[in-house]
Design a protein around this ligand. Structure first.
Ligand SMILES: [Fe+2]
Length: 253
């Protein structure tokens, strides 16, 4: 196995991963079924019980990542996992924000995480941060609850913390942190941002954002870092309880 130790059991029910690229040959996730199965098996070993596959929905960059292709890949993966101890597997999407998402949200056409009201949204790397709170608020009022993917990775957000605080204070979105960011995957600055957000209580959930079995070690390290920075109850809330509530479509904000 890729690591010798694993986190001790953390809570009844284990971890729930709401952001990962698990479907074979759909986006920049696993290249084939074998890689997808290896990623899934590694996360199971780490203590993950529930997964929501979130293929990119960003037609300009990932034209092949369509709902039809994702559904076929999910069927392929589910069949390969068989009736064994695979945990629970759901589907969602990672949307790149574009203004038309607001109309799609109002029409009920966005795919929420495991079919829930919670929709995973990322923003472009280069953007003025100023419009972000309003964009998220408009999505929220259109009937979905945005889950903002990895804010620690976008410099413009971290340089203007008032923006994120407005989002959190206005209950326009939940914030999702990438565990590999805590392990240094995206560089020292991103790691510092991730640690700061976590310590300041800005983060609602942590997720793997894993793309291949190569990310497993980083996910493991990220879990260890999060655990070391947080109280046990906060760690369980961010890694287990809140993700599970979203998986079950419970009301949070
Ligand atoms: Fe992602």
């Amino acid at each position: 196995m890729f690591f010798k130790r694993k986190p001790k059991p953390v809570a009844p029910g284990g971890f729930t991963d709401l952001h990962l690229h698990l479907l074979p040959a759909v986006d920049d996730g696993p290249a084939d079924l074998e890689q997808a199965l290896a990623l899934h098996a590694g996360l199971r070993t780490l203590g993950y019980e529930r997964f929501v596959a979130t293929p990119h929905r960003y037609p300009r960059r990932f034209p092949l990542s369509t709902p039809e292709r994702a559904a076929a890949a999910l069927d392929e993966l589910t069949a390969a996992l068989g009736a064994g101890d695979a945990g629970e597997l759901g589907i969602g999407a990672e949307y790149m924000f574009e203004p038309e998402l607001i109309a799609l949200a109002a029409e009920g056409r966005l795919r929420g995480l495991n079919g829930s009201r919670y929709v995973l949204v990322e923003f472009p790397k280069s953007l003025s941060a100023q419009p972000l709170p309003e964009m998220l608020f408009r999505l929220r009022t259109a009937g979905v609850v945005p889950v903002l993917a990895h804010p620690e990775r976008w410099t413009y957000l971290m340089e203007d913390r008032d923006i994120l605080e407005r989002v959190v204070d206005g209950q326009s979105a939940l914030l999702q942190l990438d565990l590999p960011s805590l392990a240094g995957k995206n560089g020292g600055n991103v790691k510092r941002h991730a640690v700061a957000l976590l310590k300041e209580g800005m983060v609602d959930i942590v997720a793997s954002d894993a793309h291949s079995p190569k990310d497993l070690e980083l996910v493991y390290k990220g879990l260890m870092v999060a655990r070391s920075l947080l109280s046990e109850s906060d760690f369980i809330r961010l890694a287990c309880e809140t993700p599970r509530a979203i998986f079950d479509d419970a009301a949070l904000i």
